[in-house]
Design a protein around this ligand. Structure first.
Ligand code: GAP
Length: 589
């Protein structure tokens, strides 16, 4: 099967059965915006719940929900206004815009063109006779430019207050840090998570859910003290991960390697213990949600590829091509070590405290150099600059007390030098007792793209099987983990007569009241009804037949093995719960 047919099959199924489809099609559709249908919305919600369970609840972190629109100064501080760009090239003939690095990757052997400088990209386009993917016109000589990906809006009437749709949910957490740290009682480490929409005005949205203009992120910002806080590496030490490091990518014969998390840390392949910890945790979680780990790797960012805030970053990548076709790796999660970049920046730009006060075990006594300038001298001597000279003296005393060793001290105010007699500065050295210090936490960030995860899970669990119960028909099955399946159990009357329909309705209602997502289907043959449920990944089907009326039992059928067992209706909620939790199998029954 070619890559295209795999993607096309998924897209066809997604649209026909209500997983996802392009939005606003009644008005011609709009690229990069998708709707989740009834099946897809529940699948996405279940996936988010599984994420919440692993990365919030089990880690003991908190979750918040911040607005999607944020004012311009936030993005001045975060660096997105200046640095959140992709490379764009416009076709001189048809006017279509393209992502220059992507068309270079599509037309050359280069795999990660994002890290290449714009001028080099222009040369590569010219040397390789790259043409416009829309109309075939040569793009040699066309300028490649930076294009900022943020959607701009105005807050309130008029244009005096520009705002932006957040390009990452993370900023909604960083900006609220001064308050969030209070909820953590001022103690590091603590983590804050958020699941929500992010917006990027992508130049070329593509492949359904893979490159959207509005998408969902599940992000965790874990605030740590780099000096004293360590992750629980032992809990993931033996987890095996596939790592494709920068060195291996640079080596012509380089291949990803399999290491345990502990080996990766000891060998220095993953430089940050915190990042290594989250790679280990995430590995188990991807398995849990149905990612095929034979088509999965962690790939380190090359230095030119790193986001403006990241000191190190590993991406989780999944190959979503059909087995046997050329690999099509998509980034599903970024694990970044953001250092103190974000909190330092917001501390500089905003009027609040983005540090944590770290109390010492015992107070310490330190010498502090202070000044108390004689303004009756500075005023007449320096006029309007006297206050600034006073502040410069204070700064200098903190930075370099030896500057006050001579009779005169010289300070710089906006490029002008001012000499002040030391006796007029009130310079002194005092002993002070300090209870602690202000530290700017570092941030470790696992950032999951929810839509790409949904896409990957669908691509990896979509199977065709022609040896099912009805050999005449292909069986399309989504082998979704029961935890994620939009419907847990479907209930069928064998026939819609003799009271079987009513009895099936009662059974379905009983299961609903027990908290399961339940579907009912009375149309067509039982085989057809199984097929319909297999296609949307329903793990269990229950059939109500004439024996049910006699002895109160039903047939439960398992999606993956097609095995069946007879179960009393009274036991059904408990049995389905055990099956769903993996505590029993149809075989055991
Ligand atoms: N806060 C860090 C951050 O935003 P990112 O690597 O730019 O990092 C994180 O994004 C994840 O969001 C990616 O790994 C990807 O799964 C998802 N993502 C990014 N851009 C996307 C897009 N245009 N459409 C769908 N998902 C996207």
């Amino acid at each position: 099967m070619t890559d295209d047919t795999a993607a096309d099959r998924l897209t066809e199924l997604a649209k026909r059965r209500g997983f996802f489809f392009r939005s606003s099609e009644a008005y011609g559709g709009v690229s990069g915006f998708y709707v989740y249908g009834p099946e897809g919305a529940t699948l996405k919600e279940n996936l988010e719940d599984a994420w919440r369970d692993r990365f919030v609840r089990r880690e003991g972190h908190m979750e918040i929900e911040a607005p999607n629109v944020m004012p311009e100064p936030v993005f001045e501080a975060s660096g997105h206004l200046d640095g959140f760009d992709d490379m764009i090239v416009e076709c001189p003939e048809c006017g279509a815009s393209h992502r220059a690095d992507h068309i270079v990757e599509d037309n050359t052997d280069i795999e990660e063109a994002e890290s290449i400088a714009i001028t080099d990209i222009e040369e590569i386009v010219a040397e390789n006779d790259v043409v416009c993917p829309s109309c075939g016109t040569e793009l040699a000589g066309e300028p490649v430019e930076d294009f900022n990906l943020m959607f701009e809006t105005t807050i309130g009437p008029g244009s005096s207050s520009p705002g932006y749709l957040r390009p990452e949910t993370a900023q909604g957490i960083f900006v609220e840090f001064p308050r969030l740290k209070e909820y953590a009682r001022g103690q590091l480490p603590f983590g804050v998570a958020q699941i929500g929409a992010a917006y990027r005005n992508e130049i070329s949205p593509r492949k359904g859910l893979v490159r959207l203009r509005e998408f969902a992120q599940a992000e965790l910002e874990h605030f740590v003290d780099p000096e004293t806080d360590d992750p629980d590496l032992e809990s993931v030490a033996d987890v095996e991960v596939t790592l494709y490091s920068e060195a291996q990518q640079d080596d012509e014969d380089g291949e990803p390697v399999e290491l345990t998390v502990q080996e990766a840390v000891e060998a220095g392949v993953v430089g940050s213990d915190w990042v290594a910890y989250y790679l280990g945790v995430a590995q188990g979680w991807y398995e849990r949600i149905g990612v095929d780990m034979d088509r999965f790797r962690f790939r380190q960012h090359r230095s030119g590829e790193l986001a403006h805030y990241a000191a190190d970053c590993w991406d989780a990548e999944a190959d979503t091509s059909a087995p046997g076709a050329d690999p099509d790796w998509i980034e599903i999660t970024g694990f970044a070590y953001r250092g103190d970049y974000d909190l330092t920046k917001h501390g500089e730009y905003a009027d609040d405290d983005f540090t944590i006060f770290k109390q010492y075990d015992d107070p310490i006594t330190v010498e502090r150099a202070t000044v108390d300038p004689e303004m009756s001298y500075l005023g007449p001597e320096f006029g309007g600059d006297a206050a600034a000279v006073g502040e410069a003296l204070e700064d200098l005393a903190e930075r370099d007390r030896t500057a006050f060793d001579d009779d005169t001290v010289t300070v710089d105010v906006d490029g002008d030098e001012y000499a002040v007699p030391v006796e007029k500065t009130g310079f002194s050295i005092e002993e002070v007792t300090e209870a602690g210090e202000h530290v700017t936490p570092h941030v470790v960030e696992p950032s999951f793209g929810v839509d790409r995860l949904v896409y990957t899970v669908l691509a990896h669990t979509l199977e065709r099987d022609d040896a099912g119960e009805d050999a005449d028909e292909d069986r399309t099955v989504l082998t979704l983990p029961p935890e994620l399946a939009p419907t847990t159990v479907a209930v069928f009357p064998l026939m819609d007569k003799d009271g079987l329909g009513e009895r099936a309705g009662e059974v379905a209602e009983r299961l609903r009241q027990a908290g399961f997502e339940v579907a009912e289907d009375a149309s067509g043959s039982i085989g057809r009804r199984y097929r319909r449920q297999d296609e949307v990944g329903t793990p269990y089907c229950v059939t109500v037949d004439y024996d049910t009326l006699e002895d109160g039992t039903v047939t439960v059928r398992d999606r993956d093995t097609t095995a069946q067992a007879r179960v009393p209706v009274d036991d059904l909620p408990g049995v389905v719960a055990d099956l769903r939790a993996g505590e029993t199998t149809i075989g055991d029954l």
